[in-house]
Design a protein around this ligand. Structure first.
Ligand SMILES: [Zn+2]
Ligand SMILES: [Zn+2]
Length: 71
């Protein structure tokens, strides 16, 4: 009986790890609704504004064209 428990324990732990909430996916760049980048993305394209391209290169969203949402 004890051996069985030892054998089952790692399985249970793995199962628990599998079902635990996954780490939240990295948030996708958030474009402001209606911005040049938003429109381009909806067209399946990328915004080609120099300022936006520059921001995208460093993994950011151009905050000149996509003003942060005010809370
Ligand atoms: Zn843009
Ligand atoms: Zn821009």
């Amino acid at each position: 009986m004890k051996y069985l428990t030892l054998l089952l324990l790692p399985t249970v732990l793995l199962f628990a790890a599998d079902t635990s909430p996954a780490t939240p996916a990295k948030a996708a760049p958030k474009y402001q609704e209606g911005s040049c980048c938003d429109k381009a993305t909806k067209r399946g394209d990328k915004c080609n504004h120099p300022c936006c391209v520059k921001a995208a290169k460093v993994g950011k969203v151009c905050d000149h064209c996509n003003e942060p949402v005010k809370k």
